[in-house]
Design a binder for this molecule. Structure first.
Ligand SMILES: Cc1cc2nc3c(=O)[nH]c(=O)nc-3n(C[C@H](O)[C@H](O)[C@H](O)COP(=O)(O)OP(=O)(O)OC[C@H]3O[C@@H](n4cnc5c(N)ncnc54)[C@H](O)[C@@H]3O)c2cc1C
Length: 95
């Protein structure tokens, strides 16, 4: 049998999360919802995605990655998720 143990210190060590939490930023009232990091930044061509933006968790970070990819490529999120004939997700290059 294999047993693994992780603590908040593990999270600090491996992913540099705030005080070892599960979801990156402290998620204070100022850091969630409209206060979360925006996808667009003040720097042209630089985008945020991941758990400190609109949503955390695996599904949330995938969605924010798609949001960033959509803004970079100019394509709709639904277009980016198209599967190729072999069932593989098709990769697109930025315009
Ligand atoms: C124990 C645990 C269980 C979880 N279980 C679930 C679950 O069951 N379901 C679910 O949906 N979500 C779960 N989550 C949450 C989910 O794992 C995260 O929300 C998601 O992985 C975040 O993805 P991310 O790409 O935004 O950040 P991360 O996956 O944290 O990636 C950030 C990366 O940035 C790197 N980094 C940090 N600082 C720097 C720096 N200064 N320079 C360069 N790189 C840096 C880190 O090393 C890391 O590789 C869990 C989290 C934990 C900790």
């Amino acid at each position: 049998m294999l047993c693994e143990l992780g603590t908040p210190l593990t999270n600090v060590h491996y992913v540099n999360s705030y005080r070892g939490n599960l979801y990156a930023t402290a998620k204070s009232k100022q850091q969630i919802g409209l206060g979360a990091l925006p996808i667009n930044t003040e720097i042209a061509g630089l985008y945020h995605c991941g758990q400190s933006t609109a949503a955390h968790g695996v599904l949330g970070v995938m969605a924010t990655g798609l949001m960033a990819a959509s803004r970079i490529s100019g394509m709709e999120m639904g277009e980016l998720l198209v599967h190729g004939e072999a069932g593989k997700i098709r990769l697109h290059t930025p315009n």
